[in-house]
Design a protein around this ligand. Structure first.
Ligand SMILES: NC(=O)c1ccc[n+]([C@@H]2O[C@H](COP(=O)([O-])OP(=O)(O)OC[C@H]3O[C@@H](n4cnc5c(N)ncnc54)[C@H](O)[C@@H]3O)[C@@H](O)[C@H]2O)c1
Length: 265
């Protein structure tokens, strides 16, 4: 695709007959796809007909059930690992339409702790996976998406950024950076037909959340929502599918909070 002057009109993804869910055959990479939210997203997108490549540093805890999901061992904090993932996806499918940057150190946080008790090693590990991993991922898929003149990136942030959740300083900082990265990169790649958005989930009842929080905290959180119920991983699926679809082509740099109406941006 020819380089365009800034301000020149681009002719990509005009909403004539566009879809608001992924079209069959859409190639989507989902990181952190082995369990929790990532597994739920991978399963949902595959059920919609996407060709899903699920990447994780651990083996998947679920069966693809004939959905044709490819699992690739990947460490998102590592540049070479991203090269391997992108090469595998392109060899298998010939293109990459969407990247869902979902992998993070979340369950791996172990426990909430005061900012004064976080070690430098823990801080660096959280940043390496949650922030550097998102940047490396966008950088790794960019050549293929630019060549195609089309791409969707969905970065999973967190509403802890908006809520100012305590005892999670390294985690909230890493997710705040994801929102900043989303805006910055969106400005750079819009002219290539690529959109970059973030989703900020509220507290989702995954195994990781249950390990980090007691039930009374989760029940109280549910009660404070405009839609006062507990949140499940599948509550995120339609929003992710929309942002991976052709129909979302004029939305970029945004952060969509999906939390049943607790934090308002
Ligand atoms: N569960 C929640 O309440 C909640 C709320 C807001 C945001 N989030 C975000 O949603 C995403 C998924 O959360 P979850 O609840 O499923 O957490 P989780 O800890 O169960 O899942 C994270 C996944 O990322 C993988 N991962 C960790 N380090 C990796 C690495 N270096 N390379 C590749 N994969 C790696 C893990 O193996 C795991 O499968 C995370 O980005 C999390 O921060 C979760």
């Amino acid at each position: 695709m020819a380089t365009r002057e800034r301000g020149e009109d681009v002719d990509v993804d005009r909403p004539s007959a566009l879809h608001s869910t992924v079209e069959p055959g859409t190639v989507v990479l989902v990181t952190g796809g082995a369990r929790g939210i990532g597994a739920s997203l991978a399963r949902h997108l595959a059920a919609e007909g996407a060709a899903v490549v699920a990447a994780d540093v651990v083996d998947a805890e679920w069966d693809a059930d004939g959905l044709g999901v490819t699992h690739v061992r990947t460490d998102v904090s590592d540049e070479a690992s991203w090269r391997h993932l992108v090469t595998t996806a392109l060899d298998r499918h010939g293109r990459i339409d969407a990247l869902v940057n979902n992998a993070a150190v979340y369950q791996g946080l172990g426990a909430k702790r005061a900012f004064t008790d976080i070690s430098v090693e823990e801080w660096d590990r959280v940043m390496a996976v949650n922030t550097r991993g998102v940047w490396l991922g966008m950088r790794a898929v960019h050549p293929a998406m630019k060549r195609q003149g089309h791409g969707r990136v969905v970065n999973i942030a967190s509403s802890t950024v908006h809520m100012g959740v305590p005892y999670f300083a390294h985690y909230t900082a890493s997710k705040g950076a994801v929102i900043a990265l989303t805006r910055s990169v969106a400005r750079e790649v819009g002219q290539d037909g690529i959109t970059v958005n973030a989703i900020a989930p509220g507290i989702v009842e995954t195994e990781a959340t249950l390990a980090l929080n007691d039930d009374a905290y989760l029940a109280a959180a549910a009660g404070r929502r405009a839609v006062p119920r507990r949140m499940e991983p599948t509550d995120l699926c339609p929003a992710v599918s929309f942002l991976c679809s052709r129909g979302s082509g004029f939305i970029t740099g945004q952060t969509l909070i999906v939390d049943g109406g607790m934090a308002f941006s």
